[in-house]
Write a protein that binds this ligand. Structure first.
Ligand code: PLP
Length: 430
């Protein structure tokens, strides 16, 4: 594969951008080789600067649920541009998207738009602290909530991939208010709660974590968290930046029937534009400025172009009766295919999937938390990644990420991925 233009760009980028990239995992450090510079994308495909075509299994880390360049979203963005790109004043579209989100997400009675998932989680924790008058919060090992200081402790995603789950630059003063618990373990939460009685404002988690690779909640786990939080006056926050609008219209909370007090959103909600949101019960959200005393603002929040993209995306998801069944079919076809090829080759690697998210872990032990995710052979994953890339399939460049499938992946494209998977496995295992 000729990647000379990407190589040239990467060499130049490293002179001007830290590590040559604007977000760490993009640098391919965990899988070896050099990152591809992407020129354009359409439907199920990405195209790099050298003209190579790849089947897309990341979809911009989640937002492109309908594939790239979806005609409805594209038209909405182009039309919105004609009226100007930013006003810094309220617009009708913001009211429309807020009403739609409230109707789709069970826990949300009021919602505030921001510009990223990071902003959403940082703001939600501030509001939870303001509302409860408490300082501490619980976070799960290996979960990622963006790069706000208080979340960069035992963090997943790029922080885990780069070997820096506890980032330098986060002060001890900040870190002491972040209490860390293992995922899928209710006793650990009971112990933390007992040891910090009356001091915990919130418990935040990815209900279905994708940032240590995809893990699933054990039966009764999310309801158990709900019960503890209700009993202790702790606000339960579901970070649904990945799972929101992906697993169902109402996200993981709809799928598992557990309603948190607050929810954070991002990715799909912006239809590929930079957007995040946080929302929750009316009385909690009434604490947000200017309705209440907790300050949170944004020059570009509710940006008209981003709202046009997000609104079109959410309207589509809200009205297409087949979209989630289709996504589930795509996820099932791909992961069942992977499992049966693995079996044929005498391999018993763990595959976790829900709907259109999955991870193939290079371990035959079950993966359900940070520690079990670390059983994976990351060097072998790196080889697999390269072998797939060579065959035209673009995966997340780290073992500790989920894949994000789109409706653009039709059956014949999945069949091509499966052919590549078999060849890649044979190649890397000799
Ligand atoms: N929360 C979760 C669960 C995420 O997966 C991410 C990003 O991947 C974030 C928060 C941060 O979102 P952003 O990258 O838009 O700041």
């Amino acid at each position: 594969m000729n990647i000379s233009k990407s190589k040239e760009l990467f060499a130049k980028a490293q002179n001007f951008i830290p590590g040559g990239v604007n977000s760490p995992v993009r640098a391919f450090r965990a899988v070896g080789g050099e990152p591809l510079f992407i020129k354009k994308a359409d439907g199920a495909y990405l195209y790099d600067e050298d003209g190579n075509q790849f089947i897309e299994l990341i979809n911009s880390w989640g937002p492109m649920l309908l594939g790239h360049n979806h005609p409805k979203v594209k038209d909405a963005v182009v039309k919105a541009m004609e009226d100007g790109t930013s006003f810094g004043a309220p617009t009708a579209r913001e009211v429309e998207i807020a009403e739609l989100i409230v109707s789709m997400v069970p826990s949300i009675e009021k919602v505030r738009m921001v510009n990223s998932g990071t902003e959403a989680t940082m703001s939600a924790i501030r509001v939870a602290r303001g509302f409860t008058g408490r300082d501490k919060f619980i976070k799960m090992e290996g979960h990622y909530h963006g790069h706000g200081d208080s979340f960069l402790i035992a963090a997943g995603s790029g922080a885990m991939t780069m070997g820096d789950p506890d980032s330098p630059g986060v002060t001890k003063g900040t870190a002491k208010d972040t209490l860390i618990a293992p995922y899928n373990n209710l006793e650990a939460i009971e112990e933390l709660v007992a040891a910090n009685s009356g001091e915990i404002a919130a418990l935040i988690l990815e209900p279905v974590p994708g940032n240590m690779g995809l893990c699933l909640p054990k039966e009764g786990y999310l309801q158990g968290l709900r019960d503890i939080c209700t009993r202790e006056g702790i606000l339960l926050i579901f970070d649904e930046v990945m799972t929101g609008f992906r697993l169902a219209k109402g996200g993981a909370q709809e799928v598992f029937g557990v309603t948190p007090d607050m929810t954070t959103l991002g990715k799909i909600i912006g239809g590929g534009m930079p957007v995040g949101a946080y929302g929750g019960k009316r009385e909690i959200m009434e604490f947000v400025s200017p309705a209440g005393p907790v300050y949170q603002a944004g020059t570009l929040s509710g940006n008209p172009i981003a709202m046009a993209a997000g609104l079109t995306m959410l309207n589509h998801l809200n009205t297409d009766p087949n979209v989630y069944a289709e996504l589930s079919h795509i996820g099932t076809k791909l992961t069942e295919g992977i499992k049966s090829i693995n079996q044929e080759l005498g391999l018993n690697y763990t595959v976790n999937r829900i709907g259109s998210m999955y991870s193939l872990f290079f371990t035959d032990k079950p993966v359900f938390d940070f520690e079990t995710a670390k059983n994976s052979d990351t060097a072998l994953f790196g080889k697999y990644f390269q072998a797939m890339l060579k065959r035209g399939v673009y995966l997340a460049p780290s073992q500790f990420e989920s894949m994000f499938l789109s409706t653009a992946l039709k059956d014949d494209v999945i069949d091509q991925v499966l052919v590549a998977h078999k060849e890649a496995m044979v190649e890397i295992l000799g």
